[in-house]
Structures are given as C-alpha cells and as structure tokens.
Design a protein around this ligand. Structure first.
Ligand code: SF4
Ligand code: SF4
Length: 436
C-alpha cells in the first residue's frame, strides 16, 4: 500500500510574521479560562468565586488520566464560573478571573529536577501541559511510554498551515531551551531525537543544526514544502520511513511526537516551576491591522488580542482558532485563547466567502491529493447513503481532516465536513468495545 505521497498541496504560505519576534501583551482586565481545553475530561475547579489567585497557582485539577490541570494566568480574584457553547457545540464551564494588573507569580513555584522518564511524565502532568500545536493531547500521556519501546522522539516544527509562525519563532528565539529538551529526551528515552522542519524555514534549520553540531542522536530533518507536513503520520513517515497503520498509534512504530513549543514549555517548567499559563500565538489575516506574534495569558479574549494588534482594518467575515486549512471558525471575538491556540486569524468579508459547491465531476483530484490515499468522492457517496459498512471499507476514520481535498476540489465540495459526518455515522453504527 502506498502512503504519504510527497505531493500534498501547495498552499499560499503567507508567513507574514515569521520575521517578527513575539511581543508580550499587557495583562487584560480579565481572563476567561475554560475548564476544557483539549482532548480528555474537563478539569475540576479548586477555587471559588472571591478567592485571590496568583500567576501559576493551580485553579483546576485534571479530570482524569487523559486530562490536564489548569493554572491561573493572571494574579487577581476569581469572579465566577461562566458557561458557554464552544466551537464544537459542547457546553463548557470557564473561570472568569479579574486581573489586578500586577501579574504576581506564585512564590511557591520552584525548579523541578528530572532524572528519569517517569519523573518527566510526572512533571508534564504537574504543569498541565498539552500538545500546543493545536491537538491538545495531554503531554504526560504521550510521554508515558516504556523507554525500551521508543526509538525516536520526533519534534514537530513543520508548521505547515498558512499564516502561523509561532513555532517558527520558538525555534528561532528559544533554540537553547529546545536543544536542552532534545538532549533530555534523547537521554531519558535512549532515543534518536529529530526535529522536522519544512524547508521554507531555512533560518530555523540552520540555527538548530548549529546548536546540535557534534551531538550524537540529535538531528534536523528538512521536510518538503508541501502541505500537510505537520500531520503526525506524515511527519513520522518523512522522518523515519515508518507507517502508522489504521487504528495504530505512533508508539506502535516506536515513536513519540511532540510539538517544538510543547517541548520548550516543558523545559521552562523544569527550569522555573512555572506551569503552562501563557502562550505565543500568531495574529494575522486580511482583516487584522497589525499582524504579529503575541505572548498572552491563557484565557485572554480574542478581542483583547486583536485590539493589541491595532484592531481590524476591515470588518472580519470570519475569525478562526488556527489557520485557514484546519482552523475552526468562532462565532465572535469574545472567545478566549486556550492552551491549544497557536493562532487567531481574522479574514475580511471578501476572503471569508466560500464559493457555492457544485456537483462532483469525478475528476479524482481529491483522491490524488490525499496524503493518506483516501477517496473523498467515494466517501461522499457513502455518507449520502449513510452506509457505515462502506465508510469502514473506505477507511474514513484515517482522515486527519487536513483539508487538502477540499482545497483542491474544483467543485468546491465541503469534503472535510463530509468526512467528519462519515466518521460520526460510522461511530454511531459501531458497537462500543466490549459490547455485542
Ligand atoms: S475533487 Fe471534487 S469534483 Fe473532483 S472527484 Fe473529488 S469531490 Fe469530485
Ligand atoms: S481531509 Fe482527509 S480525505 Fe481530505 S486530504 Fe486530508 S486526510 Fe485526505
């Protein structure tokens, strides 16, 4: 079976902010910190309205093994719990915290020494770290692997989505922390550590290569400049030649995959004891007046971030968490920055208009472009018929929702949405594990 054809699609890069080091935003008047910011169970609050909190103080415990603790991103007072409907349609509770503007850190925070893989897992859990590339999978769960089964730790620096440059800035501005992380992961897992970087980031490649020169077991893999090099399975294939089959995990082929910024934030926690309370994100798009990379407290509302970037130069027609290929539209700019928010993109009304879909002309371009060799046009027919058996045969669950097929389709068919629906139909028709 052929997998991961090298073509992908050539999307416009629009890396307008790659040359700009991030700027730190002043604390907002308040933050709205969701108790569910990634994959896993919602977190359980440990504070009450009226409580005073400091930066880095725990405000919610992980809701389970696949969950993450949450820490206050500002110093101030917990005002109340708010509920809102998130972009996936789930009702999410969030803590509203009024900032005192001081950003006083919790004085009990202290560096954390780590000498074993188990201690690293504990540290990742203690600081509430999740995948910062957008997926939000708890880092502790990824790292909780038997080191004897890990051949490679792959650090994802592909950053293939248009507009987004926050990982690029991590690689350029925090190279020392990144290389320290590479060495630690190599030593604790006795693994080869590879940073995968798209070839359109030559400065990052050069800087990291210079920093690891002569260090055994560390390397940089230059990836093709086509989208989606950052897809986990694509990255694993391009860095190791190994294929993660259907229903399998990276660890099944001896790999752990972490985002570069996740790695650096883990190193920051070990060095300072400060858990994950802020993040660097790219603010860009045709509606944004002054695109930049900004470091903001988690829970800052998008509107505050846009205001810090000079506001809008024209009325936004669409605002996205993330980039235009895999990003998710939000109904308004009142939504908060989450742990997983690597970019917020606001498109003007003209750029936000999607052409009306027309009937499939069976040109096959979607299938030819899919990095996983799926056949979106056939999946579409199975979705129409609600044919779960056919959807299983067509391996719809493999779809990583990268958007290549939608991007290339001359009939402008909403193929990603269709595939999501296909997955839901298949899931509904599949008996739960252990059931009859
Ligand atoms: S690319 Fe679009 S028009 Fe062509 S086969 Fe696929 S769904 Fe049909
Ligand atoms: S969205 Fe799914 S079907 Fe479409 S190209 Fe990506 S992996 Fe293939």
């Amino acid at each position: 079976m052929r997998f991961f054809r090298m073509s992908g699609v050539h999307v416009p890069h629009r890396k307008n902010t790659a040359g700009n080091a991030p700027v730190r935003m002043p604390p907002p008047a308040s933050v709205l910190i969701p108790l569910s910011m990634g994959i896993g169970a919602p977190s359980t609050p440990t504070v009450q309205p009226g409580d005073k909190v400091l930066v880095g103080q725990k405000i919610a415990e992980a809701g389970g093994f696949v969950g993450a603790a949450i820490f206050s991103s500002v110093s101030g007072t917990v005002k109340k719990t708010e509920s809102y409907r998130d972009v996936f349609g789930r009702t999410v509770n969030a803590l509203l915290i009024d900032s005192d503007g001081e950003m006083t850190p919790d004085p009990t925070l202290a560096p954390v020494a780590v000498t074993t893989a188990k201690a690293l897992v504990d540290a990742a859990r203690a600081c509430g770290l999740v995948g910062l590339g957008g997926a939000g999978f708890p880092t502790a769960v990824k790292l909780a692997a038997d080191p004897a089964k890990v051949d490679y730790v792959l650090l994802n620096g592909a950053e293939c989505e248009p507009y987004i440059t926050s990982d690029t800035r991590t690689m350029l501005d925090r190279t020392e922390e990144l290389v320290a992380g590479m060495k630690l992961l190599r030593d604790l897992y006795s693994a080869t550590v590879v940073v995968g970087i798209e070839r359109n980031k030559p400065e990052a490649v050069k800087k990291i290569r210079a920093a690891i020169a002569g260090d055994a077991g560390l390397s940089v893999k230059v990836l093709p400049g086509s989208y989606p090099q950052g897809g986990e399975k694509v990255l694993i294939y391009n860095c190791t030649g190994r294929i993660v089959g259907e229903g399998k995990l990276p660890l099944d082929v001896g790999c752990i995959v972490l985002n570069v910024t996740t790695t650096v934030e883990l190193m920051k926690y070990l060095a300072t004891g400060m858990p994950l309370v802020e993040r660097c994100l790219t603010v860009d798009g045709s509606a944004v007046k002054e695109p930049k990379n900004v470091i903001v407290p988690i829970g800052t509302r998008m509107q505050d971030v846009f205001d810090f970037c000079g506001g809008f130069q024209s009325e936004p027609g669409k605002i996205l968490y993330g980039g235009p290929m895999m990003g998710i539209a939000v109904p308004d700019a009142g939504f908060p920055v989450m742990k997983t928010t690597n970019a917020i993109v606001a498109l003007n009304e003209r750029d936000a208009i999607l052409p009306d879909p027309t009937p499939c002309i069976r040109c096959g371009k979607c299938a030819n472009t899919c990095p996983l060799h799926l056949t979106p046009f056939a999946i579409g027919e199975a979705v129409q018929k609600k044919d779960a058996g056919e959807l299983a045969k067509l391996k719809v669950t493999l779809c990583m929702e990268c958007g290549c097929c939608s991007f290339i389709c001359p009939a402008h068919r909403p193929l990603v949405q269709q595939n999501k629906l296909g997955k839901a139909i298949l899931k509904a028709a599949t008996p739960p594990k252990g059931g009859k």
